[in-house]
Design a protein around this ligand. Structure first.
Ligand code: URA
Length: 433
């Protein structure tokens, strides 16, 4: 087999066989196929597309390019969740303990944040002592005893995707549906869970800006996940507005604890309950409505917050920060953004708000930047809220005083003020099972 012939076949629009796709992926991972041929492959896929068989083969081949986590000892109870990334999206911190408190087995590997969206691993590292890496044996033992372990992605999980994603990033081939689908699903398949819920964000702060694109991606991922032998549900959720009120690592842990204590029932609560219900419905094989009642009871009864305390403790974190989130340090500088007129928040550009939080120190602009766990933004008003002149719109937190003026300027630029109450978009646009 020759890579040249595979490229020519794809360029001419013919369907590749499983063996041809595997030849490319395994050869590229081993370094036997050069970047220039892999770039040509990605570009040919952008123009010619891929059939469902091809995407399934690509997904399985990338999943098989490194370690495959074996969770079979937990039977059908394993459940994972993936979010396509959003601003203020701390749902994993809420959902994972809920699902574990109901008997699910969550063996989760998460990423770090880059750009305007935060990563779950960065948020957990804001808890003093929390360890985001451990041996595979320790990881499995904790899933067995606590029902939940959450660590950073190990280096050898779908290495083909890691290499290919870096290449796509510099060859203008990220934005291509078959490549996105196989990239996300290969990592989820390699991570081993039988049941997978995908939170596909849509709107200004999301990777997919339009509902049509989000629906297409969600449909593709569900189909391919099922073809790879997993139970998959996708929930398409709004990311036109940041989720919840807090953006920034320790600030998001604090807010997640509030939701788990049943003290905050807003958009964050609603999305978290919907996702946890879909996960529970899959691993318990019950209806989504029955699962929702169990999820709500886990919060109301205190089972969910107890599970979070148990989980954080098991992973080396100081549980007193979950019991009493006031223990988290606050930043040296605090700046209130005040309204200088009356009106409604007509729209919020979530991506720009994420950028403002990033400048304050909550995120990374390049991979090697160090983040400040306490920096970020607490919103006081969100889309649809009315405000008067002199009202607080948000508070910015940072240890770098010189970031305050540009961050507040970006924050204000992200708000569209309106004299009339805006029409609200549904928080959960669609569920694809
Ligand atoms: N996220 C991924 O993991 N892969 C993509 O291709 C796009 C977003």
């Amino acid at each position: 087999m020759r890579m040249y012939d595979i490229l020519l076949k794809k360029r001419r629009g013919f369907e590749l066989t499983n063996d041809e796709i595997d030849f490319f992926i395994q050869g590229y991972t081993r370094g036997e196929i050069p970047d220039y041929q892999a770039s040509a492959f990605c570009m040919a896929v952008c123009y010619s597309g891929m059939t469902e068989n091809e995407i399934t083969a690509l997904t399985m081949s990338m999943a098989n390019s490194g370690d495959m986590v074996d969770l079979t000892r937990f039977g059908n109870l394993t459940v994972d969740k993936h979010s396509t990334g959003g601003v203020g999206d701390k749902t994993s911190l809420i959902i994972c303990p809920i699902v574990a408190s109901l008997g699910g087995r969550v063996a989760k590997m998460s990423g770090r944040g880059l750009g305007h969206t935060g990563g779950t691993v960065d948020k957990l590292e804001a808890i003093p002592g929390y360890r985001t890496s451990m041996s595979m044996d320790e990881f499995m033992d904790q899933v067995e005893t606590v029902g939940l372990a959450l660590i950073g992605q190990t280096g050898n999980l779908a290495p083909a995707d890691k290499k290919l994603y870096a290449l796509r990033d510099v060859t203008a081939t990220v934005d291509c549906m078959p490549l996105i689908t196989s990239s996300i699903m290969s990592k989820k398949i390699a991570a081993g869970s039988k049941n997978i819920v995908l939170d596909v964000k849509t709107g200004s702060g999301a990777f997919m800006k339009t509902l049509d694109d989000s629906v297409e991606l969600a449909n593709n991922m569900v189909r391919i996940g099922k073809a790879c032998g997993r139970n998959v549900t996708a929930v398409i959720t709004d990311m036109d507005t940041p989720l919840g009120y807090n953006i920034g690592n320790s600030l998001e842990v604090i807010e997640a604890v509030k939701v788990l204590n049943g003290c905050q029932k807003d958009d964050l609560y609603e999305v978290s309950v919907a996702l946890a219900a879909e996960m529970t419905s899959l691993f318990m094989n019950i209806s989504a409505n029955e699962a929702k009642a169990l999820v709500e009871d886990s919060i109301e009864s205190g089972k969910a917050i107890s599970k979070m305390v148990e989980w954080v403790k098991a992973q080396g974190g100081d549980p007193s920060f979950i019991i009493d989130p006031d223990k988290f340090r606050t930043c040296t500088y605090k700046y209130d953004v005040i309204a200088n007129e009356d009106g409604y928040i007509g729209a919020m550009n979530a991506e720009e708000i994420g950028k403002a939080a990033c400048i304050l120190g909550a995120g990374r602009i390049t991979k090697d930047d160090k983040i400040d766990p306490e920096a970020g933004i607490i919103l006081a008003k969100k889309k649809g809220d009315h405000f008067g002149k002199g009202d607080l719109l948000a508070t910015l937190y940072t240890d770098k005083k010189d970031t305050l003026s540009s961050a507040s300027e970006i924050f204000l630029g992200a708000l569209t003020l309106s004299s009339a109450e805006p029409e609200m978009t549904p928080l959960i646009a669609k569920i694809i099972r």
